[in-house]
Design a binder for this molecule. Structure first.
Ligand SMILES: Cc1ncc(COP(=O)(O)O)c(C=O)c1O
Length: 277
């Protein structure tokens, strides 16, 4: 059984509890972040912690810990799970109990760190690419990784029902923003394009942008739905998926419907980087 950190204590995962009075349970008020290890080293831990604090700021939740303390609890949780070759790490800060069950009280929030065996995605996603759908939905606080994934659950259900792996959010301006748990990129005439507004700033996206600097042209700007459907290639990125080629959006085939050469090249560079991490 994995050992988790639950509000000040390291406990077997089955003994990590949240109070039913917590605003996370009553109102969906809380933030989290999620990352993975490479060679047992948490990938871009600092960037994930920065985003965790930014998410809390965006929704107005105060985390009464320093970033350094947060990092050391995460590292300690990982070190108490030596049986995990590679891990997924999820850390959560809840709203805590509140006298009126609505407004957060000072210093009431609870911090949890959950580690588990790194989940693998099906190999066919990478070799053949995946189908996605679009859904006309938006996240309430796009820049925050809040615990509210209601829109994502609805959209993923819809995706699964038609054999798609992910759903891309489109907004009233018919922009494609991101997927429910991934960022979105297209390739057109050898150039990469990825949105910069209305999205969660993914750490995989950030690591990839750093890596591609000077190697390939990348434009950070809105992508219209028409442009996405007309792309030469498309892919999604996330901590638990890395880079997954998208070969179909709704009923439209992207490019020639096969995994394209740019996504293959970008994936190879990413793999080289993570192999060395
Ligand atoms: C809405 C959303 N966008 C993008 C991402 C990708 O972020 P990251 O690369 O940090 O995993 C996630 C990750 O869960 C997400 O939930």
């Amino acid at each position: 059984m994995d050992i988790w950190y639950a509000d000040g204590k390291f406990v077997p995962e089955d003994e990590a509890f949240v109070s039913a009075r917590d605003l996370a349970v009553l109102r969906g008020f809380g933030v989290f972040d999620f990352l993975r290890t490479y060679h047992r080293k948490p990938f871009y831990l600092e960037a994930h912690i920065d985003r965790f604090f930014r998410s809390a700021d965006v929704i107005g939740l105060k985390i009464p810990m320093s970033k350094k303390e947060t990092a050391s609890v995460i590292e300690e949780t990982l070190s108490r799970n030596p049986h995990l070759e590679e891990a997924n790490i999820r850390f959560v800060f809840t709203g805590g109990s509140s006298p009126d069950n609505t407004l957060p009280a000072d210093n009431a929030g609870k911090f949890y760190v959950m580690v588990s065996r790194k989940q693998e995605c099906p190999a066919s996603w990478y070799s053949d690419g995946v189908k996605t759908i679009t859904v006309d939905q938006k996240r309430a606080f796009p820049e925050a990784k809040s615990i509210d994934y209601i829109a994502a659950i609805q959209a993923q259900r819809q995706a699964k029902s038609v054999g798609a792996v992910e759903a891309l959010y489109t907004d009233e301006k018919k922009r494609v923003l991101e997927a429910t748990t991934c960022n979105f990129f297209i390739v057109k005439n050898g150039k990469l394009v990825t949105p910069g507004d209305g999205i969660l700033r993914g750490i995989t996206r950030m690591a990839l942008l750093e890596l591609l600097d000077g190697k390939i042209d990348v434009e950070i700007r809105d992508i219209s739905l028409n442009e996405a459907l007309d792309a030469d290639e498309a892919f999604i990125t996330a901590s638990n998926k890395e880079i997954v080629p998208v070969v179909r959006i709704n009923d439209s085939v992207i490019g020639d419907g096969k995994v394209g050469k740019t996504v293959k090249q970008v994936t190879a560079w990413f793999r080289e980087m993570t192999d060395r991490y």
